[in-house]
Design a protein around this ligand. Structure first.
Ligand SMILES: Nc1ncnc2c1ncn2[C@@H]1O[C@H](COP(=O)(O)OP(=O)(O)O)[C@@H](O)[C@H]1O
Ligand SMILES: [Mg+2]
Length: 387
């Protein structure tokens, strides 16, 4: 049996395994003692390990014990960026780790990631790396307002970032005194957001899904539509060219996601994720090879699959609610099963803003699909606001 070990046990690990079991793969999931793991219930072996202790020890024998406990996998992969790189390097002594530890190192830290993009001449928002409040003030003097301040590590779903619209906001950021360093960015007046998801296999084959248009609210993805409607002719080509540069530079293997701001015909790259990505969930019900399957094919060095859907596809996220009577923690039940699309539920307990599931919707007519996605969004959140 071929075995894949995934570091992490969240919804991305879940969907990877749901796709991989169908390919005849076996799974183990490396989780920490305090990590919630209901997402991967019954999908493989959960290996609970004290990583602090392992990294303290750091010996080859200690990593070998973990490799054995994971069932001696053919390949190890990740479902999140916030993984200790020394863990990946330690395990790489015994088996293939994809994406490679250095790719995770470069992309898990916003300053390194932005510097990587700059080095490859890939356009981004204007930014400065700041270690002190004086550095932040210097960025403010140069860029003016509004600004985004983002902690270099542990940011997701808009967490650990601050939007600065006034000097008072800047002062309140300083009073809050969060841990730095930070990347300070100019606020981009984008027309919309889009993401590119691509895969590169161990032998160097690459594929790209069409650019996906994404709508975020309060820093969290709410819905996606693909192919992103009405893009300029060069936009897709530029995005693929940027990702090819990243693949080559990093010797990258697996799925890579690239979040972008679209400004007219220009693309600015916002951030990278060295993994499958929420904005690619529509690929699961699109009559093509999903991002999860292509990730597994890439890391197993199998031929990659079709990425071109035969029409417009979309997705709406189901986020945890403040109102627990509205979102039921255990299972959503029939009231959620609208006839519009296909339903995915991650088996998590409800918490405000937490990603609990999603609904994929497809329609051959773009305008109809847009109406269906907006209606689903409205039904879930009762908001028509777009940003
Ligand atoms: N410089 C910026 N200008 C305008 N909007 C931004 C900027 N940076 C982030 N945002 C908005 O905040 C969202 C979340 O920021 P992002 O950097 O992607 O962090 P996260 O890791 O939380 O996804 C983005 O998708 C975008 O909507
Ligand atoms: Mg993001």
């Amino acid at each position: 049996m071929m075995r894949v070990a995934v570091i992490g046990g969240g919804q991305l690990a879940r969907m990877m395994a749901l796709n991989g079991l169908r390919l005849g793969l076996q799974f183990s999931f490396l989780v920490e003692p305090d990590e919630s793991t209901q997402c991967v219930d019954n999908l493989g072996e959960k290996v609970v390990w004290d990583l602090g202790e392992l990294l303290n020890d750091g010996s080859e024998a200690a990593f070998h014990d973990l490799f054995n406990a994971l069932g001696r996998p053919q390949v190890i992969t990740v479902e999140k960026e916030a993984v200790p790189v020394d863990l990946l390097r330690g395990l790489a002594q015994f088996t293939a780790v994809h994406p490679n530890p250095d790719s995770v190192y470069q992309t898990q830290h916003r300053a390194r990631e932005k510097q990587l993009l700059s080095r490859l001449s890939i356009p981004t928002a204007s930014f400065k790396v700041a270690s002190t409040f004086a550095d932040v003030r210097a960025a403010y003097a140069e860029f003016g307002l509004p600004l985004f301040i983002k902690a270099v590590e542990s940011g997701y779903d808009g967490k650990n970032q601050w939007q600065i619209h006034s000097v008072a906001d800047l002062e309140s950021f300083e009073r809050e005194s969060p841990a730095g360093p930070w990347v300070v960015e100019k606020h981009v007046r984008f027309d919309r957001e889009a993401s590119l998801i691509g895969a590169r296999s161990a032998s160097g084959e690459t594929v790209f899904y069409p650019l996906t248009e994404n709508l975020h609210r309060r820093g969290i993805l709410i819905r996606s539509i693909a192919p992103a409607p009405n893009l300029g002719a060069d936009t897709e080509r530029n995005a693929q060219d940027y990702m090819q540069r990243l693949f080559a530079e990093l010797n990258y293997v697996g799925v890579l996601a690239m979040e972008c701001f679209v400004c007219g015909d220009d693309l600015l790259v916002n951030e990278l994720a060295p993994r499958v990505h929420n904005s690619g969930h529509w690929t699961m019900d699109a009559g093509i090879c999903s991002q999860f399957e292509n990730h597994l094919r890439a890391i197993m060095d199998w031929p990659l699959g079709n990425t071109q859907p035969n029409g417009p596809k979309g997705m709406v996220n189901i986020l945890g609610s403040r109102d627990l009577t509205k979102h039921q923690p255990r299972h959503p039940g029939p009231s959620w099963l609208s006839d519009a699309g296909t339903f995915h539920w991650y088996n998590k307990t409800d918490r405000p803003g937490r990603k609990l599931g999603h609904i994929n919707i497809a329609h051959e007519d773009l305008a109809t699909l847009q109406t269906l996605l907006a209606a689903q969004d409205e039904q879930l959140y009762g908001e028509t606001q777009t940003k």
